[in-house]
Design a protein around this ligand. Sequence first.
Ligand code: PLP
Length: 493
Amino acid sequence: MDQERTPYFQALLEYVDSGVLPFHTPGHMQGRGADRSFREFVGDNILAIDLTPMPGIDDLLQPTESILEAQELAAEAYGADHTFFLINGSTSGNQCMMMAALNPGEKIAVPRNSHKSMLGGLVMSGAHPIYMQPAVDQEMHMDNAVTPETVERTMHEHPDLKAIYIVSPTYYGVAADLAEIVRIAHERDKLVLVDEAWGPHFNFHPALPVSATEAGADLCINSTHKMLSAFSQCAMLHQIGDRVRLDRLKSVLKMFLSTSPNLPMVASLDVARRQMATQGAALLSQTIELAQETRRRLNQIEGVYSFGEEIQGREGVFDLDPTKVTVRVTGLGYTGYEASALLRRRYNIQVELADLFNVVALFTIGTTPEAAERFVTAFEELARDDRAVDIYAPSGILEQRLKRGTYHLPAIPPMRMLPRDAFLADTDVVAFRESAGRICAETISPYPPGIPVICPGEEISEELIDYLRLELKAGVRIQGPNDDELRTIRVVR
Ligand SMILES: Cc1ncc(COP(=O)(O)O)c(C=O)c1O
């Protein structure tokens, strides 16, 4: 196929050029009725292509023309048999994968460090999760990927598993041995679904980890908006082979899509694919080089550490995405949260993620050498500061946490009900402190990175209460519960 083509974007441009008089949605009528200040800021063009499915402009729900071709071009670029555009992120991708592949009660092995949107997939599909503990790097204070050995053991312990779900890469850019996991899973006739939200660029550069499509996963999802140039919310779902029924997958996608998709978003997927297919290798080479050079310079600053190839080969670290620059800041006397706030306040720099120990910066095809320079300079200055409060002091939160060993992930709580049944059950609201022994009806995920500590259907324990209260004290935001501050929690009545 001609990867220079952008059939869908072209279809929108042709509609604009033809000067059709609109009597259709959206109500702003190509910008004529838009709020003036908004229109002045965003410009006329984006409003002119904010249209609706109609003749000449294909329908994302039932593509037969330009969207069909755009999706086929994407499938070719990603080495998939079928590709579908998503406009509600990998969040909807996770939901669609599980709804397409699983019936209520069927078992799926899922890593405990999955993004919380995986839980949405479990609740909607009614599938029965078997949780796999990812490898944890105690030195780096980081959850890594699930290993083939863990997958093998889980398949052995649960021979009735229907599917294996893998998250790769992690938020920190750690990639799993997907090719081996797919091989052993297919050998036992299990489906492999991969959440590759953070790896939409893997297919386009040889220095990046093997992608899920290259590894032969049955279904996988990419957040095209995260690491490539598509608009926020834009993602893709790829299918390889026919282990998952295509007709069912298509019906599920239709159920999840709005009947009024945002067309500039769809067009941004079309052009992001062209950009990668035609210039990806060159653009990503520059990005990778810049990230590696930044990492090298950061590691020359006392108190700062940004991991790289030296951790490859540790448990759960099969490969690394060099474009994620994780900076450990505890040696400077800061928690990741504090460093993130300082970077913003003092240097007007916003990172993607902060945790207790690290900040994570994304390096993408949009990161310039000037931006990288400012990033390094900020750390050089932070390192020169005299830190008044030593977080390693006995009263410091980090010290407390390390001493108590609470970084060690709490044990996975026993599952008393399926996530779907608990989520839909009648509930009581009780004080979180006094909730030990009750069955949780919500998902409790410190965010970022959004890894659930308690899932719907699991029994709450004193250990979990202690762990989460410490997280809250350290300034971690908790997502999932009705009560953001987690003073109360919804439990099954
Ligand atoms: C591993 C993983 N999967 C899925 C998602 C959801 O992706 P999106 O924001 O595209 O809906 C995220 C978001 O951070 C994620 O980290």
